[in-house]
Each structure stands twice: as C-alpha cells, then as structure tokens.
Design a protein around this ligand. Sequence first.
Ligand SMILES: Cc1cc2nc3c(=O)[nH]c(=O)nc-3n(C[C@H](O)[C@H](O)[C@H](O)COP(=O)(O)OP(=O)(O)OC[C@H]3O[C@@H](n4cnc5c(N)ncnc54)[C@H](O)[C@@H]3O)c2cc1C
Length: 383
Amino acid sequence: MDLEFKYPDKPKAELNSSLLVFKLLNNPLIVNISSKATLLALKIGLPISFAIKHTIFKHFCGGETLQESVKVIEKLGKDKICSTLDYSAESVDSTKFFDKTKKEILKAIDFVKDNAFVKSLAVKPTGLASSGLLMKKSNLDELTANESDQYSSAIGRIDQICNAGHEHGIDIYIDAEESTIQKALDDISIDMMKKYNQEKAVVYITLQMYRKDRLAFLEELIGMAIRDQYYLGVKLVRGAYWEKERKRDSRNKERDIVFLKKEDTDSAFNRAIDVCMENLDALHICNATHNEESSRHLASAMSKKNIPNDYHAIQFSQLYGMSDHISYSLAKAGYNVSKYLPYGAVKQVIPYLIRRAEENKAISGQMSREAYLINQAIKSKNE
Ligand SMILES: Cc1cc2nc3c(=O)[nH]c(=O)nc-3n(C[C@H](O)[C@H](O)[C@H](O)COP(=O)(O)OP(=O)(O)OC[C@H]3O[C@@H](n4cnc5c(N)ncnc54)[C@H](O)[C@@H]3O)c2cc1C
C-alpha cells in the first residue's frame, strides 16, 4: 500500500497567510532577530501581542483560552482529526506557577471530557515541577527535607492530572524534555503508567529517538510493562533539543547522548516503530512525527499485519500548523490522527513558537517542504 500525502483543500486566503508564516520561518536571520526582539519587546511591554496573535500564533495555536480553541478543535474534528490540548506555560520556577498550571490542565480535562474531538492532553513536566529539582533527581543527588517536600508536591500535581485523565477518558502524554532532567521524567512516567494503565494506556511516556540509548530503553520498558502487567503508552518523537544536546556532547568527552547523523536518528525511529509493532499486545503507540517516511513506515507495518487503520492502540500525531498533508491524508484513510494544539496567552506561548522557529531553522528541509506544498496548493487553485 502506498499512502499519498496530499495537501488539504483550504481557502486561498488561509493558504496565503500560512505561506507567509513559513517563508518568515525559513529565514534564519529573521528568526534569530525576531526571537530575541520579540522576547525583549514583550518584556518591556511593547504592544506587539496583537501582531503576533494574528500571524504566527494563529497559525500554530488554538487560541488564548479553551473557549477560543473550540473553533479550531471543531474545524479539525470535521475532518476526523482529534486535538491533543497543550496548555502552554513554560518554566517559571515557583510553586504558585506550578499550581496554576495544574489548575489550568484540570480545568481543560473538565472542559473537554465530553468533547468527541479531544481524547488526549499533553503535559510538559517543567510546567509542574522545578527544573532544578528534576535535575537533582536525575543526577541521583540527595534532596534536602524541604526539597523532598517540594518534589512530592510536584509528583502530586502530575498524579492528580493523570488521575483526572483516567477518570474522564483523556489520555495524558508526558512530554520529553532535555536530557539533563529526562531520567526524573522517565521515572515519573513509569510510576504513573503503573498506576493508571491497567485497562488501557492512559499515560504515555515520550521517547526521543535521537538518543542513542532509547531503543534499548524501549525494550526495557516493554519488559517492565509485561512483568508488572500494565499497558505501556509510548509516544515516539525524534526530539526537539538536538542542537543543544549535541553541543553538550561536544563540550564533554564523557557524554555521548545523541546521534550525529540524521540517518541514525531516522533508523532508530523506524526501528522503534517495528519494536512497538512486534509488541502490540503490551502497548499503545503514538507516532508523533512530521516525517513522511516514518508515517508511511507505521502505516505499511499495520497493513502487513492486517491491522485495521483505525486500530484503537495506534495513533498518529503532528503539531497544529505543521504537516497538514500528512494529518489530513491519514485521517481521510481512516487512521487515528491528532494534532498537538497549544493554547494560552500569547506571551506564554512565545517560547513554544520560538522553539518551532528554531527547530525548523536548524534543520533545513521540513519548513521548505511546508512552504513548497502550500505554494503548490495555491498554484493548483489558480489553474
Ligand atoms: C505530536 C508531537 C509531539 C511532540 N512531542 C515532543 C516531546 O515531547 N519532546 C520532544 O523533544 N519533541 C517533541 N516533538 C518534537 C519533535 O521531536 C520534532 O518535531 C521533531 O524533532 C521533528 O522530527 P520529525 O520526526 O518530524 O522528522 P524530521 O523533520 O525528519 O527530523 C528532524 C529531527 O531529526 C533529528 N536530527 C536532525 N539532524 C540530526 C543529526 N544530524 N543527527 C541526528 N539527529 C538529527 C532531530 O531530532 C530533528 O528534530 C513532538 C512532535 C510532535 C509532532
């Protein structure tokens, strides 16, 4: 079976505005200047939120609030694409902030629990727990009594979210972050899976396949899930922090975390898909990628095993505003597809938008391809 990824039919005005966003993001100079300038302008209170909201924010986010995001959720839903809500609030190291994030996420679960187009929610652990503590835990450093209390509160917040997801039928994807804190995130994800994945995978761990150790870790996770009798929920990504991790590796001879060649990450990713497919009784998989080859790889593995396209334990996922040709084509062919849909105040979402820009500036190809595809779609409308 050969899947054809075709750009969806959209109004010309929408295509033109998307093209403009991608053209801007394709320019490293503009991205560099605007990332820094944007942060500074917001810091000193310049009124640029309006301009951002109606361009790049609109392209990559659902809205500033849950209510605002409903429009996008329904629009995607009409084309059989679900939304994975992603409350965007990044890294302020304070209990007040972590509690607020938790409250917002619980509110989101309550808001969407009866919405047929939202079946999952993303959780970025550094929105709920101190990075410093996560790093200490990852390094197996001793915590003071006060730090231990703070850490238990952080676990409590994540637990409450997973519990609410379990109760209301919303899957919880725990995002992977930088390797300096990932060991703690892995341990938390495993504990939550043990607790909430008895009947199905509710909680998902994220594996960044640019890491050399993740294939062996996947096998280990599968072994653990079988032994302890719970479903492994696994979200596969290539990883968003490659540049940073590579720099860390090159500064420290003891460290050798990420692959240096893109092909190695690609093979590890596709091999991880194969390993998941060989163990489908024990796990649920979310194939989170914009890579056409990896999307085809899973689809063809399913077809070879005669697994129906809408098989409940297999999900494809892309970020909202990216790779619509993959999402819409997969959804049309009957696969389970979702889009990560960030929402939150413009100011709070800026770091997410900068990450999208940086990621695509560093790795040439994807965005140019986005621009190319949109351009083709515009041309075909003019014919
Ligand atoms: C739904 C969804 C959820 C996500 N959640 C997370 C998350 O929790 N944590 C996270 O870190 N990321 C997450 N991401 C981001 C994801 O990691 C990036 O989108 C991804 O890195 C882009 O890769 P791709 O699979 O789309 O394919 P491609 O665009 O084909 O691959 C690009 C990726 O390949 C890797 N790469 C590039 N050059 C090299 C090189 N020279 N050597 C080795 N590897 C290289 C990098 O990881 C790079 O990002 C998520 C993405 C999606 C779609």
